[in-house]
Design a protein around this ligand. Structure first.
Ligand SMILES: Cc1ncc(C[n+]2csc(CCOP(=O)(O)OP(=O)(O)O)c2C)c(N)n1
Length: 291
């Protein structure tokens, strides 16, 4: 028979268990039917519930775009920023309060076009945020212009004769920039994606999760990805940067899974370690100049 204390502890644990529902805000997603972002959102709820992260300790930061509306649909803290600036905002949040779990969620336009200047620096600093890029290879919110990840030949409103530039490779970009956790998922495989999100959030350092998340309305690539995706080879060594780069650039197949992982000191801790010296330096400098 359970003791009174035991029963009370069990009851408290039950009350404190967070479920998927707890991470949902009252707002229903406004995405088009079939949008891949639904799969990414539900995988995010699941990952947070599996990790039992208190809502008050999680901040979801975004820029502008369909995918960047994600913070509205979550009951955690959120920051819907300006186009392309989610990573600097997230960096500021994490530096100010390193104990928070910070997620950056946005699109290929937001992170690989206007925000691309911030991406390699966040990765090189190894700021401990999890960056989830919902790649639909188009600008969805502004209705179907080509994006930096659109395929060559893709005809859109902004490229009526077809894209003539080589698509960016987000996984390769993250690897060369110094990201310490790099993975790829597919919105139509939400269970695997949940696993990747969970690992990315748990990883200490800059995690990048590239998600193929098709736009059913303007650029429907479901058939393409159903045909081209494959898991990373069995027994894949996540410590081999060279091999990760080789698979990040293959064009015949689109690999899913964790490409690369590395342990490196995180920026927010290293920066705070120098804080005292910086303050001293600034004060000394000031006194020398003006005292
Ligand atoms: C400074 C600035 N430039 C351009 C825009 C117009 N704009 C809004 S969303 C967007 C692209 C969104 O594409 P993506 O990030 O891929 O998100 P999606 O809507 O496809 O999820 C653009 C160009 C803007 N809001 N602000």
């Amino acid at each position: 028979m359970p003791t009174r204390d035991g029963a009370q502890a069990a009851a408290t644990a039950e009350i404190e268990t967070l479920t998927i529902k707890d991470y949902k805000s009252g707002d229903k997603p406004v995405w088009c039917p079939g949008c891949g972002d639904f799969g990414v959102l539900s995988a995010t709820y699941k990952a947070l519930a599996q990790l039992q992260l208190p809502k008050k300790d999680v901040v979801v930061v975004s820029g502008i775009g369909c995918s960047s509306r994600t913070p509205y649909f979550m009951s955690t803290y959120g920051f819907h920023g300006v186009h392309g600036r989610s990573l600097p905002i997230a960096t500021g949040i994490k530096l100010t309060n390193p104990d928070l779990t910070v997620l950056v969620m946005g699109g290929d336009g937001d992170l690989m076009a206007i925000g691309a200047g911030h991406f390699p620096h966040a990765a090189a600093r190894n700021i401990d945020v999890t960056c989830v890029m919902m790649d639909n290879q188009t600008y969805g919110l502004t209705k179907a212009q080509a994006s930096p990840t659109s395929f060559i030949g893709h005809k859109s409103k902004s490229t009526p004769y077809g894209v003539i530039t080589k698509p960016m490779r987000p996984v390769m970009f993250a690897l060369t920039s110094g990201a310490t956790f790099v993975a790829r998922g597919y919105s139509a495989k939400p269970n695997d994606l949940t696993q990747l999100l969970q690992q990315g959030i748990e990883h200490k350092g800059f995690s990048f999760i590239h998600v193929q998340s098709p736009c059913a309305e303007f650029f429907n690539t479901y058939d393409y990805y159903d045909e081209h995706i494959t898991n990373l080879p069995e027994g894949w060594n996540t410590q081999n940067l060279e091999k990760a780069m080789a698979l990040a650039t293959t064009e015949e197949k689109v690999h899913l899974g964790v490409f690369y992982e590395e342990d490196r000191p995180v920026f927010e801790r290293t920066a705070h370690e120098f804080e005292a010296q910086i303050n001293e330096f600034v004060l000394d400098d000031y006194l020398k100049r003006f005292a």
